[in-house]
Design a binder for this molecule. Structure first.
Ligand code: ACO
Length: 156
């Protein structure tokens, strides 16, 4: 499937890799729009960020900042090395959230397109994501196809 979409951000907004200093720049507040974050002290954030950074072939956390430099959207693309399809790399998109006050400005679209273009540039075979039924039309607008069912077991 051809994927030729481009990031389209309002003036002054920026799509960029997450930085450790984003702990103090609204990242956890944005993620709380998506799900429960709980208490994540700076030491925990720092340890998680260091682990991501030590595995640059796997983790690519990104943010969108507004004209004031404040984080207003989050997203992660991560890579899974397979044996199938001649050792292909599958990409997975996770943790997509846009500040409530910034929704409807194509930031979600730009986050998905930006992450997908990174996977395309890196030669990934396919990009996957799981979403709620009500978000299916959003992801279709981002160029994704509905591939069926997601199953899971929850431990906590
Ligand atoms: N249903 C139908 N259409 C939608 C929806 C929706 N739920 N959300 C956005 N759209 C449409 C928009 O109207 C727009 O259409 P247009 O191109 O015709 O104008 C297009 O999709 C792009 O919309 P954006 O402005 O880019 O959407 P936004 O920036 O508001 O981000 C998002 C959408 C990410 C779903 C946001 O509403 C959000 O953060 N929701 C709460 C958290 C969430 O559900 N995150 C997704 C979790 S799934 C995952 O992480 C893999």
């Amino acid at each position: 499937m051809a994927f030729d979409k481009q990031v389209t951000l309002p003036e002054g907004y920026n799509f960029r890799p997450m930085e450790k200093s984003d702990y103090h720049n609204n990242v956890l507040e944005i993620l709380a729009i998506l799900t429960e974050v709980g208490e994540v002290l700076e030491s925990k954030f720092s340890a998680v960020f260091d682990r991501w950074s030590s595995l640059p072939d796997m983790y690519h956390p990104h943010v969108i900042t507004n004209a004031e430099g404040k984080v207003v959207a989050t997203g992660m693309i991560l890579y899974e090395q397979k044996l199938i399809h001649e050792g292909a790399i599958y990409a997975h998109i996770e943790d997509i959230a846009v500040a409530s006050s910034e929704q409807g400005k194509k930031l979600g679209y730009s986050m998905i397109v930006g992450l997908t273009n990174i996977a395309k540039k890196d030669g990934c075979f396919k990009v996957f994501l799981d979403c709620s039924e009500h978000n299916i039309p959003f992801y279709e607008k981002c160029g994704f196809s509905n591939g069926g069912n997601m199953m899971y077991v929850k431990f906590q």
